[in-house]
Design a protein around this ligand. Structure first.
Ligand SMILES: N[C@@H](CCC[C@H](N)C(=O)O)C(=O)O
Length: 292
């Protein structure tokens, strides 16, 4: 099977974008893994698929697969690339687009300076909805909990971490670190990603606070490993930092791949706004081997 694709990136988080507005390609998890493979395929952290609107009130649907082939609920950097893609391909003339994702409707808007701002919706902290399994933790702790203790299977390195569990449509575990460059992301990241309390696995964020308006962030992503930036991870980290009282309501998030700006007024119903870049890298065609 021969398919056309567009390679895009948002702050270095990279994507293969597929157009299914004229019909389904019929890809399987093995096909997504092949496309994401950096040696045998195109190479990407996620595969984004654009589909026609499934209902009235939205312009498109976009579907997200991690590099491991699993379908997931949300992707912030992907949402910005999705908006740039449908606009630049002439699939819509709108500059503010409503798009259905597995996690609900979000609204990216192309801005005059070439970036994209996305209304990512309100964060969710209720453990069962993250989902985070708080069973067995002391009741007193559960009543006031903002951070949760996680026992790790790496006693020599770090027996326990404290994380804020936040859903931005997809699950995140955010921890504060003194020096993000020195943080053991490659070792602790997978332990958190697969921790038994995160029943759908989790994206593990490591946040260093630089000031009340700036953080450095690295994220070990569920199903993709450490990426150069994670948009929903940036939203989750800023929400966590505001709730912990260490951040103001507008924060620059410095990632290894670029800058994202996150705004959140702090109320349970308030939407998180994310602004950042979205760039097309190249377009191409690839043959997907029959045996996959
Ligand atoms: N890179 C994304 C998040 C992609 C999905 C994530 N790995 C998950 O499994 O939830 C972003 O920019 O938000």
């Amino acid at each position: 099977m021969q398919i056309r694709f567009t390679k895009m990136q948002g702050a270095g988080n990279d994507f293969v974008v597929l157009d299914e507005t004229q019909g389904r390609l019929g890809l399987t998890p093995a096909h997504y893994r092949f496309l994401a493979d950096r040696h045998f395929g195109v190479g990407a952290d996620q595969i984004l698929t654009v589909r026609p609107a499934p209902t009235d009130g939205v312009d498109f649907e976009y579907v997200i697969h991690n590099a491991d082939g699993g379908e997931v609920e949300q992707c912030g950097n992907g949402a910005r690339c999705f908006a740039r893609f449908v606009h630049d391909k002439g699939l819509t003339a709108k500059t503010e687009i409503r798009v259905q994702t597995q996690a609900g409707v979000i609204a990216p808007r192309l801005t005059d300076d070439g970036r994209v701002t996305v209304n990512m919706g309100a964060p969710v902290l209720e453990p069962a909805r993250v989902p985070f399994d708080a069973s067995g933790l002391p009741e007193q702790r559960k009543a006031q909990a903002l951070t949760w203790p996680l026992e790790l299977q790496a006693p020599a390195l770090q027996p326990q971490v404290e994380v804020v569990a936040v859903s931005m449509g997809n699950p995140h575990a955010v921890q504060l670190v003194a020096d993000v460059e020195a943080a053991p992301v490659a070792v602790v990241g997978p332990l958190i990603e697969n921790h038994v309390r995160f029943t759908q696995r989790v994206n593990a964020g490591f946040m260093q606070v630089l000031s009340r308006q700036a953080i450095k962030l690295r994220v070990y992503e569920r199903g993709a490993g450490e990426t150069l930036a994670c948009g929903t991870g940036a939203c989750a980290a800023v929400v966590a930092g505001i709730l912990l009282g260490v951040l103001d309501h507008r924060v620059d998030v410095h990632t290894r791949g670029g800058l994202l700006t996150i705004e959140w007024a702090g109320g349970a119903q308030d939407a998180v706004m994310m602004t950042g870049p979205a760039t097309t890298v190249f377009e191409g065609q690839i043959h997907i081997p029959e045996e996959l």
